[in-house]
Design a protein around this ligand. Structure first.
Ligand code: V1P
Ligand code: CA
Ligand code: ZN
Length: 416
């Protein structure tokens, strides 16, 4: 933490669209955009948002969505607010992202695929996929109401954040609606349609010779890896559950090809991994990459399905262990765009992304949750915590050591 040190705090730009929580894949689908609104509501009620400076990227004054509590309007509240503004270090600028355009999306995806996403409706989905364009697949990626808008909000935040880092106006950008790492050039996969991460990284590559992608979602970041598999300008590094688990890729031996050989890093893990086990491999691998690859910017996917108790995940990370990844990446003082991703136990997703927003703001939060619109979700303890469970850790030290040695061995073969 930056508390009590003289380190200048980083300027943080936070991208949020108050419409995002209204999109639903379908009733009972595990991916719930509402979790982004829950996180936002906690973030606002912890007082992390700079209330004055917020502006949407197209110049329209931002609207703060229904917030209750701390920073209301009374005299006492005004004092709190001024104190916070006095140390700009503790709050962040809030932006409503512009909607990404079709032209922006086709910097990665094909015109045909993006047109399909724009035109498909829940009613026409079957006919359109039957017609030979295998774009949406089964239960995972339904054609839901407002799908294209949802994609343009997610991608707009990552593009806006990357541009803001490029301009030098911010050191850290946050887009919890982003991180949709499975989307392919011509195909939706694993709840992801438009790959906002690839678009953000392409933007960062305009000014940075090398960009690092780090993915702590419990799933393999296959879409981002594939997009940059044969270039040495982007190193992709995914930590994921491997072995009879979606999407099935991400073997430690998959290292990239052509000029990109050695620039894809995969850390396959077994279920039940704990904070200490995870950090025993995360830190040395990332440290080594920072030392030898020396990226000009980092895209950090913070999928919260690696937390203990996730509906789909199977890892055993606490809030501390998950947030430590953000803290460690921040410590290198390189521009970071921090993105969302998976996360299916929504109350814990909101907790994690709130804590990680605070980490980037250099702020420590009370364990007691502030009053917020979704208070009842957080009972019975109402704490900013995700506790470990008592499942077995199927990653013995020997296994982790073996994987670490293989990964570092792959990295040693890079030119440096
Ligand atoms: O396992 C599969 C596919 C569907 N079968 C044909 C194989 N899909 C997974 C997709 C997980 C996507 C994770 C996305 C992310 O990395 C980034 C946002 O977190 C899947 C699972 C599962 N347990 O792996 N889909 C579903 N569960 C599912 C369950 C209910 C309704 C719809 C989908
Ligand atoms: Ca991952
Ligand atoms: Zn995931």
């Amino acid at each position: 933490s930056d508390e009590g040190t003289s380190k200048p705090s980083r300027r943080v730009a936070y991208y949020y669209d108050q419409d995002v929580g209204n999109y639903t894949y379908y009733l009972g689908h595990p991916m719930k955009p509402h979790r982004i609104r829950m996180a936002h509501n906690l973030i606002v009620n912890y007082g992390m948002c700079d209330e004055e400076a917020g502006e949407s990227e197209d110049g329209v004054r931002k609207v703060n969505d229904g917030t209750i509590g701390l920073l209301g309007g009374g005299v006492e509240e005004k004092m709190v607010r001024n104190e916070l503004r006095g140390s700009r270090s503790k709050t962040m600028q809030v932006f409503r992202p512009r909607r990404a355009t079709k032209a922006e999306m086709t910097r990665f995806h094909t015109d045909e695929y993006i047109e399909f996403l724009e035109n498909v409706t829940p009613e026409t989905a079957d006919a359109m996929t039957g017609g030979g364009v295998r774009c949406l697949i089964g239960e995972d990626c339904p054609a839901f109401e407002g799908l294209f808008e949802f994609c343009s909000i997610s991608a707009g935040g990552s593009l806006g954040g990357a541009e803001r880092l490029n301009s030098g106006a911010a050191d850290i950008a946050i887009n919890w609606a982003g991180g949709l790492h499975h989307a392919k050039k011509t195909e939706a996969s694993g709840f992801c349609y438009v790959n906002d991460i690839v678009l953000g990284i392409l933007e960062l590559l305009r000014i940075h010779p090398r960009v690092l992608y780090i993915d702590v979602d419990v799933h393999h970041g296959d879409g981002v890896e594939e997009a940059f598999y044969s270039t040495d300008r982007v190193m992709t590094c995914s930590f994921h559950r491997f072995g009879e688990f979606f999407p099935g890729t991400g073997d430690v031996r998959d290292v990239g090809m052509k000029r990109g050989k050695g620039y894809a890093v995969n850390v396959p893990l077994r279920d039940g991994i704990t904070d200490d086990s995870f950090q025993s491999i995360f830190k040395p691998v990332i440290q080594h990459i920072m030392d030898y690859f020396r990226p000009g910017a980092v895209a950090l996917q913070m999928g919260a399905d690696s937390l203990s108790g996730d509906k789909l995940g199977g890892f055993n990370l606490t809030l501390e262990g998950h947030a430590e990844c953000a803290r460690f990446v921040k410590s290198f003082n390189v521009p970071v765009i921090m993105l969302g991703g998976g996360g299916y136990t929504t109350k814990n997703v909101a907790r994690a992304w709130t804590k990680e927003t605070a980490v980037m703001c250099g702020r420590e939060l009370s364990e007691d949750l502030p009053y917020n619109q979704y208070m009842e979700y957080y009972g019975p303890r109402y704490k900013l915590e995700v506790l470990p469970n008592n499942t077995d850790n199927h990653n013995p030290p020997e296994y982790l050591e073996k994987i670490k040695v293989q990964v570092l061995e792959n990295l040693r073969n890079l030119p440096h």
